[in-house]
Design a protein around this ligand. Structure first.
Ligand code: GLU
Length: 449
């Protein structure tokens, strides 16, 4: 088989920000081009002058750059009016199109394509053979004037001039394809291959929209999703490698991808799955230092941090991060944990009533005695060896002897002021020896009152 140079294009109209669906179309075009060592073109389709906005074009470019779907060349249709004008001229000259006087609408005259009224068949790589009787389309409009081409014409001319080998786009363009094939035949162009990929659906199987919580690509960036995780998740919408594998980095996707294994059925957007994939990428691939920097930025930037009661060392922040890390899938959850008071005890000394320190039927004297014993035992640990396992070792026998609830509940409550928190050894190791002992002493004072 002769190898054809693969060239794909992503052709968004800058009439809205880039959403998940558009990003997935861009991704499939990117993966297919890279897989075949071809080229991936970005083409901004702004023939609709009223609805196209430069800031929306910027949003699209920024979104693709964030996802690292880098294009090999860039085109904007509004810069290419002359190219379309020539094609329209040729169609008019060859009587494949004509100036048509209009009675209705906002124009007296438009340019219509002279429909040969035939059946168009094409082999879609995803959907198989598709056949369409074009006679029902009539003589459709292809331009408002020679200098104002419309979508069907510009797509056909550009796909030809840019030597696009494969048109990979969403399924809602299937009905446009017969029209576009008629135009390209009239211009004596060769047909590209077509692959129409299924839509992304909301959980109720309707077309995914903002109402279902589907955010724009840049909103995922703001929430602190990792671009590689978003790419990984998008790839799995209507495609799979034929195995159970779900975690892929971009180069692995390029290796595994094929249009033949794209499914016909639409797939449902599932944000929980995206979060799960994000967690996998975060834990497996993000360098520890990068994770920590992101945490630090969010933690130090939080309102609570301004009101903190003591000064934190970098070491302290690093150990807090180990606790947060267990609990998050996406960076934005750091902010949520802070806002929801989950970890207030890292910022400030807890406030509580004496009764809260008592385990079940325990009395104040017993709790107090246990806390004093813990203070002694913790004081005996040297500063260098003060860490989770040594702390546990130093306290465990005593807790087992006197009752784990009776010893560890008052300790945990004294350190966190919360019914639920990480285990007391983790709390003690993160808070550090000095702060831990101070909090246990305060608890003893509270019990005295
Ligand atoms: N500009 C069209 C759109 O934004 C896509 C055209 C195409 O992929 O052929 O929907």
């Amino acid at each position: 088989m002769m190898k054809k140079n693969v060239k794909t294009r992503f052709a968004p109209s800058p009439t809205g920000v880039l959403h998940i669906g558009g990003a997935r179309t861009a991704l499939f075009n990117y993966l297919f081009a890279k897989k075949h060592e071809g080229e991936f073109i970005l083409r901004i389709e702004d023939t609709d002058r009223e609805r196209s906005k430069p800031e929306l074009e910027s949003d699209i470019l920024d979104s693709l750059s964030w996802l690292s779907l880098n294009w090999d060349s860039f085109h904007r249709q509004s810069d290419r009016t002359e190219v379309y004008q020539k094609a329209i001229g040729k169609l008019l000259e060859n009587k494949k199109a004509y100036l048509s006087k209009e009675e209705a609408g906002d124009r007296e005259q438009v340019i219509r394509f002279k429909n040969p009224n035939k059946v168009i068949k094409f082999d879609d790589i995803v959907r198989g053979e598709i056949s369409f009787d074009t006679s029902e389309l009539g003589d459709f409009v292809i331009a408002k004037s020679e200098k104002e081409p419309l979508y069907h014409l510009t797509v056909v001319v550009d796909d030809h001039k840019m030597e696009i080998s494969h048109v990979i786009r969403a399924e809602d363009h299937i009905s446009n394809t017969p029209r576009q094939i008629l135009i390209l035949e009239a211009l004596d162009y060769t047909r590209p291959e077509y692959a129409h990929i299924p839509l992304i659906l909301a959980p109720d199987r309707s077309k995914l929209s903002k109402r279902h919580g589907a955010a724009s690509v840049l909103e995922y960036k703001e929430k602190g999703f990792l671009p590689e995780a978003v790419v990984n998740y998008l790839a799995l919408l209507s495609w799979n490698p034929g195995t159970e594998r779900e975690i892929f980095r971009i180069n692995e996707l390029i290796d595994a991808f094929s249009l033949e294994s794209v499914q016909k059925g639409g797939s449902i957007f599932d944000e929980d799955k995206l979060r799960w994939i994000n967690k996998n990428h975060l834990m497996k691939f993000t360098p520890g230092e990068e994770q920590y920097e992101e945490f630090k930025k969010r933690f130090l930037g939080s309102k609570k941090f301004e009101k903190k009661q003591w000064s934190f060392s970098d070491e302290y922040l690093r150990s807090i991060w180990t606790v947060f890390k267990e609990r998050i899938s996406v960076y934005e959850e750091i902010d949520h944990l802070i806002d929801e008071h989950e970890f207030d005890f890292f910022f400030e000394k807890p406030q509580y009533e004496a009764e809260r320190l008592l385990w079940k039927e325990q009395n104040k004297a017993d709790a107090s005695e246990n806390l004093r014993e813990l203070i002694d035992r913790l004081s005996d640990i040297s500063d260098e060896s003060y860490e989770h396992d040594t702390i546990k070792e130093a306290l465990w026998d005593y807790a087992s002897e006197k009752g784990r609830g009776e010893v560890l509940w008052p300790m945990r409550y004294a350190l966190s002021g919360k019914e639920r928190s990480p285990d007391p050894f983790t709390l003690a190791s993160v808070l550090g020896k000095e702060e831990t002992i101070e909090r246990l002493r305060s608890a003893v004072d509270v019990l005295k009152k």
